[in-house]
Write a protein that binds this ligand. Structure first.
Ligand SMILES: [Zn+2]
Length: 91
């Protein structure tokens, strides 16, 4: 869910087509799209802390060891970039 580019209203997710997430603004009804990352659930251009990635992905992993390995795998794929304080979603 993200902010409407026209009025800053709240977007309602309508569905994903490939790597494009379509949303409709709850306030003005405008439809807009956003490219989503190859990294599941993350939004391109945002920076995430380990805790935020863990909150998004945590349920998929049996233990705390697999998650950092997975983060590194997405760094290697060019979806995430290590930055100060966390990882920036870049693709
Ligand atoms: Zn709007």
């Amino acid at each position: 869910m993200s902010e409407c580019p026209a009025c800053s209203g709240e977007g309602d997710e309508m569905g994903k087509l490939g790597l494009i997430l379509w949303q409709r603004c709850r306030a003005c009804g405008m439809e807009f799209s956003q490219r989503v990352s190859k990294a599941p659930g993350l939004v391109i251009g945002q920076t995430y802390t380990y805790e935020q990635i863990k909150a998004e992905w945590g349920g998929h992993f049996a233990n705390d060891i697999e998650l950092p390995v997975s983060i590194q795998a997405y760094v290697d794929k060019g979806a995430l970039k290590k930055v100060k304080g966390g990882w920036e979603c870049i693709g």
